[in-house]
Design a binder for this molecule. Structure first.
Ligand SMILES: [Zn+2]
Length: 221
């Protein structure tokens, strides 16, 4: 009897949860990230059509661009090329749908609001060093493939704002300035949607950029 009460209570609870925290309701980029966002992103990985719908509903413009590669463990079936979001990235953002969705949540709920709060201006451009690239971790000759090789990662190097300010991970990381605080916020905020985040505090190879990835492990350094 107690079990029945508990089970029906649990089912009632699930059906009455707000969509943003209900793991069974679809992810929306408009929802601020929370504890179930990583789970929802993982579910989207197995549902390319549903994921394309998430991107479309948020008004993000993309073209489907499956990446073919003859090299082992490179390429991605569900890759998309980013055409237009609320911020300009320049060319070459090619990511799998769940990884791009994570980037869009970060852009909307972390990078854009933090710009107003810390820099007193709107974020207009994100400078990146690339997303898809068929290579190993850290560009090493041997070893395992980087998440860049499966279009699940992007390297972010700097930011530009509506008043002309430009900041970079290389020059402004760790500074007790608005730029330094902005970089800290966008780095830490990325850990809510990407399960792999590396920055200058991790190693010298990341002195000039943040690495964001949707991978199997969880780290935020
Ligand atoms: Zn990287």
């Amino acid at each position: 009897m107690l079990l029945l009460i508990f089970t029906s209570g649990a089912i009632w609870f699930l059906f009455h949860l707000p969509d943003s925290i209900n793991p069974f309701s679809p992810l929306e980029i408009a929802d601020a990230p929370n504890l179930v966002t990583p789970l929802k992103l993982r579910i989207l990985g197995a549902r390319p059509e549903a994921c394309a719908g998430v991107i479309k509903r948020a008004g993000v413009e993309v073209t489907r661009a499956p990446i073919l590669s003859d090299e082992a463990d490179c390429g991605a079936d569900d890759a998309m090329t980013l055409k237009k979001s609320q911020v300009v990235y320049g060319d070459g953002v090619e990511m799998t749908c769940p990884a791009l969705t994570a980037l869009m949540i970060w852009e909307r709920h972390v990078a854009i609001p933090a710009a107003r709060a810390e820099m007193g201006a709107d974020l207009t451009r994100i400078i990146h060093y690339g997303s898809y690239q068929c290579r190993n971790v850290n560009g090493a000759k041997d070893g395992k493939r980087s998440k860049h090789a499966s279009a699940r990662a992007i390297d972010i190097a700097g930011f530009q704002f509506s008043d002309g300010q430009k900041i970079s991970v290389l020059k402004d990381w760790g500074q007790d300035t608005p730029a330094g605080r902005y970089l800290k916020r966008v780095h830490d905020g990325a850990c809510e949607v990407f399960n792999g985040v590396l920055g200058p505090d991790y190693n010298a190879l990341h002195a000039n950029h943040f690495h964001f990835e949707r991978g199997a492990w969880s780290y935020c350094k």
